[in-house]
Every structure is written in structure tokens, then in C-alpha cells.
Design a protein around this ligand. Sequence first.
Ligand code: GLV
Ligand code: MG
Length: 343
Amino acid sequence: MRPAKDFFAPLAVGAPAPLREIPARPSRAIHFFDPSNAKMAAKVPAMVGTVDVLLGNLEDAVKADNKVAAREGLVRIAQETDFGPTQLWTRINSLDSPWALDDLTTLVPAIGDKLDVVMVPKVQGAEDIHYVDRLLAQLEAKAGLQRPILVHAILETARGVANIEQICGASPRMQGLSLGPADLAADRRMKTTRVGGGHPGYLVRQDPPRGSDGTSDVGADRSVYQQDLWHYTIARMVDACAMHGIYPYYGPFGDIADVVACEDQFRNAFLLGCVGTWTLHPKQIDIARRVFSPDPADVEHAYRVRAAMGDGTGAVMLDGKMEDDASLKQCLVMVALAEQLSA
Ligand code: GLV
Ligand code: MG
């Protein structure tokens, strides 16, 4: 896991803001709940400790008529719940909606001391992060908060993807980025109708066999390989986040019944460099916690490479394979994640 970032404290009236360290905390599963849904909200206290992050969602999936109830419900739940090791995040409404300003001006004074991260949807560029950053600084100073609230952006517009590096570096509050595959698909005019995951039509087909006369038998049975619709975007996210020392996440996987494809999508994201994902149903939590934790066999191998590499330079043979400075660095990523998760 990357080192914790230096962080500016919120504006303090009359005093220079000291630098702070934000400890990297596990966030393999960011579990969404709708605070306006009484049944769902009642389950929140029992979920503390079972999931890394509980996120009160105020944006899409909450009906327009329920926006105020969701905001008020989140305040009530936060005030009544001891979150212990579990982080509390919220997803506010988008900055071009009529609700985002009221979300922040209500939540920060009321529960800013408990809120770890504000997730901002449909981020288009650095200007959106600057706006939230300055607003948070004012609200934190007014409320006398000592701990800065971090910001997480959802990548769900073509413009946001084009501006990804600027978004990641827009504020020292930036904690990470999530993929928003449903909105992003619509914004890009993709021809899909799902929330995350693959599509059976997005594939490559094996070349047709050629006859001795050189012609191709296009009618022959040929294997097809489904491709990952999200590979490009996730790879861009991982690079931009690595460059700025923040964390990349998969986003929602909407086919709740398809736990197999869900696990595949999560695993691809993990292997590419993501640290976690959203979970929309309790059955996705176990999948996320398992997939976004390193495989014990990989961790054991990583420790062996570390021991064999001594001062970390040169090359050694281990189990018939060459290990060197660069493979050691990969192993140290695995070791650091294992140690962070077991701390
Ligand atoms: C999430 O917000 C998405 O649009 O996929
Ligand atoms: Mg969205």
C-alpha cells in the first residue's frame, strides 16, 4: 500500500494550518446504503466492523422526493452510531444538481467529525474538486473540526476521463477515484444497458481455419473470447492514481445474482492495481474482502523473495525463476498490503 499522504489541516482562524498525516485505512468494500430507506438504515449499526466502509448514498438510486429524508437520515444514523474501525463515507449529489450545496452545508456541521470521505459524483475536471475543497475548508473551520474530510471522485463522464490526471492532483484531500460504469457508458454513448460488468457482444473471435487453397472457412466453429469493457478506463485510473499517490477502485456491479461475474470483475480490478470496490448488496461484501486481500500464497512467496534478495539488489534464482530488484518491488507491494490489512 502506498504511504500515507501529507495532508493540510482545515483552515484554522488565526493559526497556520499544521501538516497532518492521513493513515491509509483498508477500504476493500465500500458498502452503499440508502439512509432514506428505514429498513436498510436499521441494519447499519449491525454492519459496523463487518465492512471497511459504510457509505450513506444521497445521489442516484435515491428518489428526488427522498433527498432531504436521505440527508436527514444520514445525520441521524451517524449521530447514533459508533462506527469503531469502520469508516463513514457519503456520496453527495452531483455539483450540477439542486442538492449538492445543501448536502455539504448540512452534513459537515452536523456529522463532520464522523465523516471520513465525501464521494463526489460526475466529476468533470479539477474545478469541481477545487469547489468542494474550498467549501469543505470553510465549513470545517466554521465547525471547528480538527480532522480534514477527504474527497473521492467518481469517474463517470468522458470529460472526467480526459481530465483524470488533473482531477487526481486537484487537492491534497483527494483520497481516490471510483469507476462509474453506468453513467460513463451513457455519457460515452456506449450501447449497453447495465451497471458494470461485461457484455457478451464485446468479443473477439478466433481467425477462421484456412484451407489448402488459401481460402478461409468463415462458417467453421470458432472460439470467441469476451473482452473487458472497462479495461481501458481502469488502467487509466490506476496510472493516474499511482502518479498522485491516491487509491483506485472498481465501482458498482449491478447484477447482484451473478456472484461469479462480480468476482471476476473485482479480481481483474485488483490485479490491475485497484484497492477496493463498491458493494451494493451484503452478498458482495465477502467477495470484495476476499478478492481485494492478497492471496496468502502470494504473500508467502513475497516474504521468501524479500529474504532471498538480502539488500534488495542483484538477482537470485528461486524455484527456477529469476528474481531481481523489480520483482522484489512487486513483492513489497504485496507484503505492505498484507501487513496493512492485518494491522
Ligand atoms: C455509478 O454511479 C455509475 O454511474 O455507475
Ligand atoms: Mg453514476
